[in-house]
Design a protein around this ligand. Structure first.
Ligand SMILES: O=c1ccn([C@@H]2O[C@H](COP(=O)(O)O)[C@@H](O)[C@H]2O)c(=O)[nH]1
Length: 278
């Protein structure tokens, strides 16, 4: 069985380094002329899948925007996941799960066990109950060829107070997360299956990402104010592993499929120019 890292490396080589998020904000539904209900949600996500599922390397549904409609919204999420997988995109579910280990095991089976209706290629996870508490996710991901993206330095301004606090050995909390994920990826070629989330908005923080060996998901581009050029500042010599992620910047071009594809192509071109110049 191929690892997530291998599959991601191949898909990014074929399609380009881009992740597009499906974040059906109420304002976007309104802008697309859709009602803020399950039918609007379903129409929105089908349009995105039809436009981008066969050309974008990674698509990242944001679970919160589906969960807010209850079980019918979750049913749309399950259907969206199936459609994306059929179209060839890798599906990264943004759920930012984290808990005590025994509960993390249940989350892992919900998202990373191939027999689950919500089975995806990778999930986001929060390490702030301790990276070790996520071990069941790492184990199930490794067993079934899945991936886990762990929050390290998030794109929101509130994250810094916690993530950049110093531990007893002088490293920041985020650097301890980075170092633990680096260990998990040791020896993985061409790319490890355990990624980190590092916001494109954070500037040069001096964190050492050089040993990660896995993908670096970079949200915060577009609507949150960062641009492709910021990737150079944030990631420096680790640019090769960066997977830029855009949601509203691309989605606001819809509902026209041609316009959505043009928006995705535009941001991919902007990022490629920066990533290729490394
Ligand atoms: O540090 C983080 C981690 C996750 N996100 C998520 O990414 C998208 C960003 O959406 P935009 O419309 O491109 O701003 C959203 O789902 C966040 O929950 C993040 O922004 N920052």
């Amino acid at each position: 069985m191929e690892s997530f890292g291998t599959r991601l490396h191949r898909t990014v080589t074929e399609r380009g380094p881009l992740c597009v998020g499906i974040d059906p904000h109420p304002a976007l539904l309104a802008r697309w002329g859709l009602d803020d209900d399950v039918e609007g949600l379903d129409r929105f996500t089908r349009t995105v899948v039809d436009a981008l599922g066969d050309r974008v390397a990674v698509v990242k549904p944001q679970s919160a925007f589906f969960e807010r409609f209850g079980s019918r919204g979750v049913a749309v999420l399950e259907s969206t996941i199936r459609q994306l997988r059929n179209a060839g995109s890798l599906v990264l579910l943004d759920v930012k799960r984290g808990d005590i280990g025994s509960t993390v095991r249940a989350y892992a089976s919900a998202y990373l066990d191939p027999s689950s209706p919500m089975y995806v290629d990778a999930v986001t996870a929060s390490p702030y109950l301790g990276v070790g508490s996520l071990a069941p996710m790492f184990e199930l991901a490794a067993e079934h060829g899945g991936g886990v993206f762990v929050l390290a330095l998030t794109s929101n301004p509130e994250g810094a107070a916690v993530q950049r606090a110093r531990t007893a050995d002088g490293r920041t909390v985020a650097q301890t997360v980075i170092d633990e994920i680096s260990q998990l990826n040791k020896g993985a070629k061409p790319l490890g299956s355990f990624g980190l989330v590092v916001g494109a908005t954070i500037g040069d923080t001096g964190h050492d990402l050089s040993g990660v060996g896995g993908p670096l998901l970079a949200p915060g581009l577009g609507a949150q104010g960062a641009g492709a050029a910021d990737l150079r500042t944030v990631f420096g010599s680790s640019l090769a592993a960066v997977l830029p992620s855009y949601s509203r910047e691309v989605l606001s071009a819809g509902p026209d499929g041609t316009a959505l594809r043009a928006a995705a192509d535009r941001v991919l071109g902007e990022c490629r120019a920066v990533l290729a110049a490394r």
